[in-house]
Design a protein around this ligand. Sequence first.
Ligand code: PBG
Length: 333
Amino acid sequence: MSFPVRRHRRLRSSATLRNMVRETSLSVNDLIYPIFVAEGSNIREEIPSMPGIYHWSLDRLEEELREVTKLGIPAILLFGVPAEKDECGTSAHMESGIVQRAIRLIKEKAPHLLVVADTCLCQFTDHGHCGVVEQHEHKEATVDNDASLELLVKTAVSQAQAGADIIAPSNMMDGFVQAIRSGLDEAGFESVPILSYAVKYASAFYGPFRDAAHSSPQFGDRRTYQMDPGNAREALREAESDVVEGADMLMVKPGLAYLDIVRMLKDQFDLPVAVYNVSAEYAMVKAAAANGWIDEKAVILETMTAFKRAGADLILTYFAKDVARFLREPSNQ
Ligand code: PBG
C-alpha cells in the first residue's frame, strides 16, 4: 500500500502541539468594549435585543467601569443617549453633553481605561441622520457633507477637551478625518489619535444598536453616505483617503460579513486595523445561545479568532467582557 506523502494531522495530534503551532492568538489587549451612557439617574437598563448590554446613567457607571477594569480590558468605546435632540445634534458637542460628562467621570474614576469617543451626530439629531439635513424643493432631503463636518469637528474637539484618548469619527462624510485632524490640532490636541470608521457599510446588522441608541433615521436611510455592501474596491478608496488625511487607525464595520475587507486593508496599508463586531452579530449569537442551538463560548472565541486571522489588530465587541473571562480560564492559556 502507498502511504500519504503529507500528513497534516501530525501537528494536530495534541492540544499542546496545536497550541504551539496556532498562527493566530487572541489577547485581552485586542479588545475595545462599547458602553452606552444615558441621561438620568439610577439607570441600568438592559437593551432588549442585546442581552447583557445596558444603558447606564452616570451615577451607576462606576459598577461597569470596575468590572471592565477588573477583567483587564484596556479600552471602552462610548455612545451617548441624550435626553434632548434637535436638528443639528447640539447635545453632541455641549460641554454638559452626556458623552462629555461621562468622559470626565471615567477619567476621574478609572484613569487608566482608554476612552474612545464615537464621533457622530445620529444619536443627537431629531431626524436620526449622521449630519445636517438639507431640504430640497422637489427632491428627497439629503445630508449636507460640508455643513456636517463643522459640527463633527466641534463634537470631536469637545470630546478631546473632556479627556477622550482616541477620537473615532463614524459619520462617513467625505473629508471628516482631515477636518477633525486640523480641528484637534488647532485646539492643542495634536497628540490625540484618530481611529477612523474608514469603511462603514450601510448594513442591516446595525438594527439592535439603533434601538439601543435611539438613532434610526426618521426618513430615508444611510445609503447616500455609508458604503454599498456590494463594493470592495471602493473600500480601498475610502481607506486611502483617510490615510492621506491623517488617520492613525482604520476600522472596518460590520465584522463577520466583511472579513475580506479587513484582509484587504491589512495587506494594503500599514496602519493598525480595527474591526467592529456589530450589534446584530452580537444579537444573533445571544439569541441562538438562549435557544440552546449553539455553544456560545466556542462560537464567540471562533469569531474573535477569525477577526484576528483576517488581519484585525483590534476588535470592538459587545462580547469583550465574555472574551476577557474566557481568556482567563485555564483551558485557554
Ligand atoms: C453611529 C454608529 C452606528 C453604530 C456605531 N456607530 C449606527 C449606524 O450607523 O446606524 C452601529 C454599531 C452596532 O451596530 O453595533 N453612526
